[in-house]
Design a protein around this ligand. Structure first.
Ligand SMILES: O=C(CO)[C@H](O)[C@H](O)COP(=O)(O)O
Length: 221
């Protein structure tokens, strides 16, 4: 089975967590895109969606799925029923690295607004420790050199994501070479550096359920 076929299977499996009459948070990336395509079949059952990126909003709207702003949604309901998104890595405690697509800040915000975070991945994303995948940090542009110097002090190798601007108008610094043994501590530490908008460790907003596709089927972790 190819990686895309596994992504397709897990995207479809996530439909089980979508409840009629609720607002659904929707992630960003190739696996999330497959979920969006599958969700189109339920568009008349749900109240609407909140998108974690402009790209996701465009794809949802292309299917005729209603897209609400988060503020608008939270004026109608106390919380989103579920947030469904992919990840770049996950560990046994369901800590995640996200932001390969650069949407980490909005993803973290929408995840925080949901009762349940269902993370959809294929087996290639499973790791013992986060950090093999370069850790993205969304940075206010004027703080770039300050933050890169702080990352070097932490033992990481910061690389500016060339030519990339986030939906929020900021830049991304990808940190290579970190073995992340304390995801919660590093998430907090990086977020405390002035100029960091957020980083791609999702430990506070870790997944409640990871659905992992393998060639033999979808496992729930
Ligand atoms: O965090 C993300 C985007 O910011 C994605 O969830 C992550 O990059 C995984 O993407 P894909 O499903 O394409 O492998």
């Amino acid at each position: 089975m190819t990686q895309d076929e596994m992504k397709q299977k897990v995207a479809e499996a996530a439909l089980e967590y979508v409840r009629a009459g609720t607002i659904v948070g929707v992630g960003t990336g190739s696996t999330a895109n497959m979920f969006i395509d599958a969700l189109a079949g339920m568009k008349d059952e749900i109240l609407g969606t909140v998108a974690s990126s402009e790209a996701t909003a465009t794809r949802l709207a292309g299917h005729g799925i209603p897209v609400l702003g988060l503020n608008e949604a939270l004026q109608q309901v106390d919380s989103l029923s579920v947030y469904v998104d992919g990840a770049d890595e996950f560990d046994a405690e369901r800590n995640l690295t996200k932001g390969g697509g650069g949407a980490l800040t909005r993803e973290k915000i929408v995840a925080a607004a949901a009762v349940q975070f269902v993370c959809i991945v294929d087996q290639t994303k499973q790791v013992e420790y986060l950090g093999d995948f370069p850790l993205p940090i969304e940075v206010i542009p004027m703080a770039r050199e300050l933050i890169m110097a702080e990352v070097v002090k932490l033992g990481g190798r910061p690389v500016l994501r060339d030519g990339f601007i986030t939906d929020n108008g900021n830049i991304i610094v990808d940190v290579h070479g970190m073995k992340i043994k304390d995801p919660l501590g590093l998430e907090d530490h990086l977020n405390s550096i002035p100029g960091v908008v957020t980083n791609g460790i999702f430990s506070h907003q870790g997944a409640d359920i990871v659905l992992m596709a393998t060639p033999d089927g979808v496992e729930k972790i």
